[in-house]
Design a protein around this ligand. Structure first.
Ligand SMILES: NC(=O)c1ccc[n+]([C@@H]2O[C@H](COP(=O)([O-])OP(=O)(O)OC[C@H]3O[C@@H](n4cnc5c(N)ncnc54)[C@H](OP(=O)(O)O)[C@@H]3O)[C@@H](O)[C@H]2O)c1
Length: 322
């Protein structure tokens, strides 16, 4: 089958499309014919050689897809050949076909075109598992998300707002700040011209912060928390090693958590996907949450897609069609 391949670790230009062996669905898996996949920051790290796939996962890059089931592995119940689905993957999405553990297969939310559904699995699972399962964001609480106009940010703003939180988001340009407001942010904060700590402190602090920056924002994120606040770190765009002010954490009775999705055990990923289908999909079906697609390119332009993400000018998700 056709799939994205790399000529070695490096920049976007190591990517091209080539031939790889067809995957076979194992017990408890379905084989999906991929209609589209999406680019994630982790894909760029994998391409550079910094983020190898977990044991047993495909070598082909790609953490999510939408498509149609073409074969059922042994013991699979509740799905049929021909079903339209969107899937969370440990790898293998940038390809014509991918074998997916059944717990990571989700129906396409009602009313969403199959192609647009590609933009949902990774962001919905990441935001649901971190902001709601780990940090327990509640109605009426103040929520700050960094990078509000990105893939994760656009879902985080919409889901938190739809569930009754007061949403604050950082972004890097006037256009992106406007996008954050249009998605439901009460206040969008320019990370270039404003101090998000000052903004949040004036409001009484953030109950939950979803952070993509890691080390470079660690101290300021703790400063921005309210008493009892929860900081959840999901990215390291600003480095991996920071200093934590334990005194500030103690005084605020605050917590710091960090998670990654890809290497979690199958049962945990299945529980997250169940939570997404139960809690997020109805809001997508009602129109309260929309997939935000910035760019759609054919798989043949996979190198351009990675360059776009690294340049940082995009908003929402970058999709690759098969
Ligand atoms: N742990 C997990 O399980 C998991 C899962 C998925 C994603 N992630 C991580 O989540 C992060 C976002 O992923 P994504 O797919 O949404 O990528 P993305 O669409 O490329 O978004 C990256 C975001 O970073 C923002 N940013 C850059 N510099 C910033 C700064 N100084 N302050 C605040 N924001 C800044 C950008 O804002 P502007 O565009 O406005 O400049 C952009 O919104 C990545 O770090 C990714 O690795 C983690």
């Amino acid at each position: 089958m056709r799939a994205a391949v790399t000529s070695g670790a490096g920049g976007p230009d190591v990517l091209s499309v080539g031939e790889v062996a067809d995957p076979r669905p194992g017990a408890g898996e379905v084989l999906v014919e991929v209609v589209a996949t999406a680019v994630n920051r982790a894909d760029t790290l994998q391409r550079m050689g910094f983020y190898p796939p977990p044991p047993g996962a495909s070598d082909v890059i790609g953490l999510e897809c939408s498509g149609r089931i073409v074969e059922l592995g042994e013991g699979v119940e509740g799905w049929s050949v021909g079903d339209e689905v969107c899937c969370l993957l440990a790898g293998g999405g940038y390809a014509e076909r991918v074998a997916v553990p059944v717990g990571q297969v989700m129906p396409v939310p009602a009313g969403v075109p199959l192609l647009e559904a590609t933009a949902l699995p990774e962001v919905a699972a990441t935001v649901w598992s971190n902001v709601f399962m780990a940090a327990h964001l509640a109605k009426g609480e103040r929520f700050l998300v960094h990078g509000g106009a990105g893939g994760i940010g656009t879902m985080a703003i919409q889901l938190a707002a739809a569930r009754g939180a007061e949403v604050y988001a950082t972004a890097g340009s006037a256009e992106k700040l406007e996008l954050c407001r249009s998605l439901g942010a009460t206040r969008a904060i320019s990370y270039r011209d404003e101090d998000f700590v000052e903004v949040m402190r004036e409001l009484g602090g953030a109950d939950v912060v979803l952070d993509n920056m890691g080390a470079s924002y660690l101290g300021r994120n703790v400063d921005a928390l309210a008493t009892g606040g929860r900081l959840v770190i999901i990215g390291m765009q600003g480095g991996t090693k920071g200093e934590l002010d334990i005194n500030a954490l103690l005084r605020k009775r605050a917590s710091v958590t960090a998670t990654s999705l890809r290497a979690r055990p199958l049962a945990e990923k299945a529980a997250i996907c169940c939570g997404v289908v139960e809690n997020v999909w109805p809001l997508v079906a009602s129109g309260a949450i929309k997939p935000v697609v910035g760019t759609t390119l054919p798989l043949d332009e996979v190198a351009t897609a990675h360059q776009l993400m690294e340049d940082g000018g995009h908003s929402g998700k970058i999709l690759l069609t098969l």
